[in-house]
Write a protein that binds this ligand. Structure first.
Ligand code: TYM
Length: 334
């Protein structure tokens, strides 16, 4: 609790261009929760270097992502928006928690398996202990709730396991966090292969809608979206492509799947795809305009970066000191 409010933590990687999946699965929920909780939204750049990055590009993408958080509607006066690398407590707690995590647990992580298959020439130790750093991110702020997409649930489970293990040895040190998953859109699928998650790193550019795509591009990508030959707009597990488009449409329009099915009864896929494309463009257009505007406000963004890093550090240090004492590190002499 901070000032009587429960704590929320979440983060995104600044690798690749953000997709509609990131927006619907995470960012959209962040916006809805920002008043209810004391929030920390991090640009998790420490996580990004588990895969080789071009330094200038990483820096630029991180800045863009932080700006995008604000452009999307997170009020930087209320929400602590900051770079993970500006708060050394993440890495320090990460190390301590490494010593409370078993290799057997990390071996089970599906994201590690996927990423090591993709980057077979660079299966580094950071990629392996990635979930422990994520646990540190969350536990550092005594977080109650973590809004994420479904793909992050396994990492949330290991975070809870690590926290419970630590608490069982040292007493109530960490708050045990709960995941928060949106009702629809917790897993937006690729437009080209509805069996696969929509991902920033997909090589097929038609598979993902990027948050900065213009209207024509968005409409064109939806027109080409892979569906089926049923020619019937229904919400079921067999028609995976249509299911995904309904999820996207619901997230953009706040309609329920039943309402959408009724709305498009007797209509063809062409009409439906166009409506989905338009609803996405309507959602993203104001965000894009605000983003281009905000990007120019350099000193304002700088002041947010500075002030929020200080705020995050303050809370991070509180937890870190407690943990260091518990495990037996000597007190600093001031
Ligand atoms: P990242 O950067 O891959 O994704 C950011 C958020 O977007 C969600 N997401 C999706 N949701 C629905 N459908 C999709 N297709 C889709 N793709 C991505 C993700 O679930 C996530 O919520 N490891 C994290 C970042 C992280 C973090 C944390 C998150 C680091 N530390 C602590 C929460 C708490 C990641 O790589 O997310």
């Amino acid at each position: 609790m901070i000032d009587g409010k429960k704590v929320l933590f979440s983060g995104m990687q600044a690798t690749g261009n953000l997709t509609l999946g990131n927006y619907i699965g995470a960012l959209k929920n962040w916006l809805e929760l920002q008043d209810e909780y004391e929030t920390f939204y991090s640009v998790v750049d420490l996580h990004s270097i588990t895969v080789r990055q071009d330094p200038a590009e990483l820096r630029s993408r991180a800045r863009k992502l932080l700006t995008l958080y604000i452009a999307a509607g997170l009020d930087p006066e209320k929400n602590c928006i900051y770079y993970q690398s500006h708060v050394s407590g993440h890495a320090e707690l990460g190390w301590i928690l490494d010593c409370f995590t078993y290799m057997g647990e990390l071996n089970r992580m599906t994201q590690f398996k996927d990423k090591s298959a993709k980057h077979a020439d660079n299966i580094n130790a950071g990629l392996y202990t990635y979930p422990v750093l994520m646990a540190a991110d969350i536990l550092l702020y005594q977080t109650d709730v973590v809004p994420v997409g479904k793909d992050q649930l396994q990492h949330l489970e290991i975070t809870r396991d690590i926290a419970q293990r630590f608490n069982a040895i040292y007493g109530d040190v960490f708050t045990i966090p709960e995941p928060y998953i949106g009702k629809t859109g917790a897993k937006i699928m690729s437009l080209q292969d509805p069996e696969k998650k929509m991902s920033k790193s997909d090589e097929n550019l038609n598979a993902s809608i990027y948050l900065m795509d213009d209207k024509d591009t968005i409409i064109r990508k939806f027109k080409r979206a892979v569906t089926d030959s049923e020619a019937r707009i229904a919400y079921n597990e067999e028609q995976k492509g249509i299911h995904n488009l309904i999820d996207i449409y619901c997230a953009c329009t706040k309609k329920t799947p039943d309402e959408v099915v009724k709305e498009f009864e007797g209509k063809g896929y062409g009409d439906f795809k166009l409506a989905v494309g338009e609803s996405v463009a309507d959602l993203l257009n104001p965000l894009q305009e605000r983003f281009y505007q905000m990007e120019k406000e350099k000193s304002y963004i700088d002041s947010i970066i500075k002030n929020n890093a200080e705020k995050a550090n303050y809370y991070a240090q509180k937890t870190l000191r407690k943990v260091q004492k518990k495990v037996g590190f000597p007190e600093k002499i001031r």
